[in-house]
Design a protein around this ligand. Sequence first.
Ligand SMILES: [Zn+2]
Length: 101
Amino acid sequence: MPIYEYKCAGCGEVFEVILDIDGAAPSCPTCGGHECRKLIAAPAIHVKTDHATARIEKRVRDYLIDGKVSDARRFADKAASMVKSDRVKRIADRLHKKSGK
Ligand SMILES: [Zn+2]
């Protein structure tokens, strides 16, 4: 089950919720408020991977800004083999499609 972190806009409480994504925000366990914001897009159990993914995304973007598509692709492939993240795999896949022109 995925775990999501929410922060209550009313009292500032940060809490974890186990749920399927259905767009409905949970209510705060402390004050019962409904204005709770999801803190992270991915399940909390993958937080460490997400930090790595963010760094990888930035590096790939930097390569692309410099026009180094093959360097970006090589880096993304290496990253995808090291970081077990679907997002990194998608970045690598996207770069391969990009080069198919
Ligand atoms: Zn609250």
